[in-house]
Design a binder for this molecule. Structure first.
Ligand code: ASP
Ligand code: MG
Length: 412
């Protein structure tokens, strides 16, 4: 039997009625002849509540117990989904991570999947089970303790199962009907894409488009898992949603596939650090050790052996970054005159594999922003992406102007 993986996110299993509706979708695929592996998230809001309880109980919590608590939301939905399927006369069984077993490393709250043996579940399929309902987001460490894969981790569970079971496809059911050229809440002309390349999706996911966990896209790309994002709230045809696939499968597309944004960024500048070998390491190693996720980095030209170093990070990590830099200064590892923090910036990016073969995308982007009177504070580029930092109050305007200028409302 061909295997299909179907993943239902929190909003798609938020109530018993919604689980029933999701189960009906599963029934449709079973009727087509698939063995189905269903991956479920916790009911919407549940994981946040569980995290809140842990933090309230123990601010410096033991990560093993955090995982024990926050993984439990998925256990509930897995059992309920199996029960509802059984009520529909679909032979189904639930599986918690450790029962599969989904083996991970020991990095609690951010574990990596190491192996998914298929024999337990395949034995049950051979005995007539039609649906294995697996609790997403969780696994078991080599020490036999429950682990979790990081927030949004059920997407990664789903893709990993699709790879391990060589599934025909991995369908991600969510509350939006696909991947859009940009956030429809900001730009009402945003258009749903029928297909998007893995690389583009990877950039968009890591740039803040929240529809898929970045790691799940990485994994899908590595193992060639065909990934489909679609809504569980509408009747769905076989080609509904957005297919995330190898770029060879996309015949023609716009040069720019999408515009992404990240609202809560900060720009930090170290004024006048010594321009000497090792200075970047002396700055960025302590930042990384302090858990600061540095994104963009710009080093200015130096004058008389001193230079300014600018970097960006999430705005809620500014205090941590300031402390790390103050400590490094106090211990004599670095020397600087001042550390400036601009906490009112946002990042806006355009992404598209077409940039590999088309020139002028950056020039056009800068022109568009200039025409709107938006000042660019930092620029970074990669092969298929250009990102700028701008004042947060201009973020929406920048997204809209770029979406318009690159004609993303029209099919390429
Ligand atoms: N329930 C977990 C979370 O909210 C995992 C997931 O839904 O993907 O992060
Ligand atoms: Mg999610």
């Amino acid at each position: 039997m061909p295997t299909l993986v179907m993943k239902f996110g929190g909003t798609s299993v938020a109530t018993l009625d919604r689980i029933r509706r999701a189960a009906k979708r599963v029934g449709v695929e079973v009727a087509k002849g698939y063995d189905v592996i269903v991956i479920v998230s916790a009911m919407a809001g549940k994981t946040n509540e569980l995290v809140g309880w842990v933090e309230e109980t123990s601010p410096l919590f033991d990560a093993r117990e955090y995982d024990a608590v926050v993984s439990s939301g998925e256990n509930v939905t897995a059992g309920l989904m199996a029960l509802i399927l059984q009520e529909m006369d679909v032979p189904a069984r639930s599986w918690q991570g450790w029962q599969v077993p989904l083996k991970t490393n020991s990095v609690h709250s951010a574990a990596r999947i190491e192996e998914i043996p298929t024999d337990n579940i395949n034995t049950k399929f051979a005995e007539g089970m039609k649906v294995a309902v697996v609790a997403g987001f969780q696994g078991v460490s080599p020490e036999g303790r429950i682990t979790t894969l990081g927030r949004g981790g059920s997407d990664t569970t789903a893709v990993a199962f699709a790879a391990a079971f060589d599934a025909e496809r991995c369908d991600i059911y969510t509350d939006v009907d696909g991947v859009y050229t940009t956030d429809p809440r900001i730009e009402d002309k945003a258009r749903k894409l029928d297909k998007i390349a893995f690389e583009e999706m990877l950039e968009l996911a890591s740039l803040g488009a929240k529809v898929l966990q970045t790691r799940s896209v990485e994994l899908a790309m590595r193992f060639g898992v065909r990934l489909r994002v679609l809504s569980s709230f509408e009747e769905q045809s076989d080609d509904a949603g957005t297919l995330v696939c190898p770029e060879e499968e996309i015949m023609e597309s716009n040069v720019v596939a999408g515009v992404a944004y990240q609202r809560d960024e900060a720009k930090m500048t170290l004024i006048s650090v010594a321009d000497r070998p090792g200075i970047a390491a002396a700055i960025f190693v302590p930042l990384s050790e302090a858990g600061v996720n540095v994104d963009m980095i710009v080093q200015n030209i130096s004058e008389e052996g001193r230079t300014d170093m600018t970097f960006s990070c999430p705005v809620d990590q500014v205090a941590r970054a300031e402390k790390a830099m103050a400590d490094a200064k106090a211990s004599g590892e670095i020397n600087f005159h001042d550390l400036l923090a601009d906490t009112d910036v946002a990042k806006v990016s355009v992404v598209g594999i077409g940039m590999r073969s088309h020139t002028g995308v950056a020039a056009k982007m800068f022109e568009v922003l200039s025409n709107e009177g938006i000042n660019i504070k930092v620029i970074t580029t990669s092969e298929i992406k250009i990102s700028v930092l701008v004042d947060r109050k201009y973020m929406e305007l920048a997204v809209q102007a770029l979406h318009d200028a690159f004609e993303l409302d029209k099919v390429g």
